[in-house]
Design a protein around this ligand. Structure first.
Ligand code: ADP
Length: 394
């Protein structure tokens, strides 16, 4: 082999080696790049999954129900609140809106959205087996930036509590109007009788003036009770909380009721043990006890006995109760006596002239103290109302 040939061979070898090295490092660079890309892809995927999980958790924690519907009318996403509102199980994705919600109006809203650029607002009433619920729906069609339909999103707000409160308010206003109208119309007709000549006769005048006074007093009582309830409702009542000896409070309330008790031949008994002390507003507690004692006399047995009792409930609470031996309160009425304007025996309550707010006031006054009230009654045997209050600390 000539020197030239050897040099050529060496040159070729060197070139091949350089090429091989270059190729090798290019492959390694490509491989490392690919690895980097793969790592980035995995990282992005993990981030995407974490983001999706966060969004899903957020969706599930929302009180509003959310349904996302695809262009094919099938559910893409339904959060927990929506599942609760329409009572379908998780995993509703893929079902049609009608299958999942079983509500034609919801499916109709989705159908209407197709040509609708604005948010659609609609109120749904869902009559269940045990209760009726109201939902406010805001629905919006989803579109791509090019304006093509991409499905819809529906947001449901539960209005049930609001509707119920509205119902309670309406009923309350109707009751108040009714309670005001009765004495007012009696006052009006008595006044008209006097104007139309009745006043010429002194006896007629005396009788009708008495009617006017009686019903004006009734109106005053009603307004006083309504104002007190309004103040209790809004928390605008300042309680002067001090240690109040229960036996003394019971005795004062009993003394206040002496005339009423005598009128019905009722014996009042004070048997609260000495040493029981509540952390309470003395004036409001006396008012609550007076309401219970008045009721026990009015609705209890004529010639019967009304007893005020008391006991300690652990170190934290004391209880005072008013018991009568009257006809008692039956079943459904027992659950409702603390409601405003509820009367177990309407005819009797009207004769007694109560406002129908006495027990509601007792309940609210006691609750304002952080206590509670309850009632036990056996028809034919009698009734006992219990007031539980925080005990005064030594
Ligand atoms: P009212 O002004 O009608 O007395 P309350 O709120 O004080 O209103 O009482 C509500 C209703 O509860 C009464 O109308 C009466 O029917 C019933 N009630 C209250 N206390 C007694 C009782 N001790 N025994 C029987 N019924 C009672």
């Amino acid at each position: 082999m000539s020197v030239v040939a050897i040099l050529l061979a060496l040159g070729w070898l060197a070139t091949a080696w350089v090429a091989w090295r270059l190729k090798n490092s290019a492959v390694r660079a490509a491989e490392s790049h690919a690895r980097q890309l793969e790592e980035q892809r995995r990282h992005r995927e993990a981030e995407f999954r974490a983001q999706a999980a966060r969004t899903e958790a957020l969706f599930d924690r929302m009180v509003e129900g959310i349904l996302v519907v695809g262009q094919d009318g099938r559910l893409r996403l339904a959060n927990r609140a929506a599942a609760g509102m329409f009572q379908f199980e998780a995993g509703a994705a893929g079902r049609t809106v009608l299958e999942a919600t079983r509500h034609h109006e919801v499916a109709a809203i989705v159908a209407r959205l197709a040509g609708e650029p604005e948010v659609l607002n609609h109120e749904l009433r869902i009559d269940g087996v045990t209760e009726t619920r109201w939902l406010q729906v805001n629905a919006l069609a989803l579109r791509t930036p090019e304006g093509e339909g991409e499905g819809a999103i529906l947001v449901f707000h539960d209005l049930t509590r609001l509707r119920r409160l509205e119902g309670v308010r309406q009923e309350f206003v109707a009751n108040v109007s009714h309670e005001l109208r009765t004495p007012l119309s009696l006052i009006k007709s008595a006044t008209e009788t006097l104007i139309d000549g009745g006043r010429q006769d002194p006896q007629v005048t005396a009788r009708f003036l008495e009617i006017i006074e009686k019903h004006a007093n009734r109106l005053t009582l009603l307004l006083d009770d309504l104002l007190l309830l309004a103040r209790l409702d809004s928390g605008r009542i300042d309680l002067d909380l001090r240690p109040v000896p229960l036996a003394a409070a019971a005795q004062e309330a009993i003394d206040d009721a002496a005339i009423l008790a005598r009128g019905r031949g009722v014996t009042l008994v004070q048997s609260v043990p000495d040493g029981l002390t509540a952390h309470a507003d003395a004036h409001r507690l006396r008012q609550a006890l007076a309401n219970l004692i008045d009721n026990a006399i009015k609705y209890g047995r004529e010639g019967g006995t009304v007893e005020v009792r008391g006991r300690e409930l652990g170190a934290q609470q004391v209880e005072v109760s008013v018991r009568d031996d009257g006809p008692g309160i039956a079943g459904e009425a027992l659950e409702r006596v603390f409601e405003r304007f509820y009367r177990a025996d309407k005819a009797r309550a009207r004769v007694q002239g109560g406002t129908g707010l006495g027990l509601a006031i007792v309940k609210n006054v006691v609750q304002a103290h952080g206590g509670d009230v309850r009632v036990e009654s056996t028809p034919g045997r009698g009734t006992e109302f219990f007031i539980r209050l925080p005990a005064a600390r030594e």
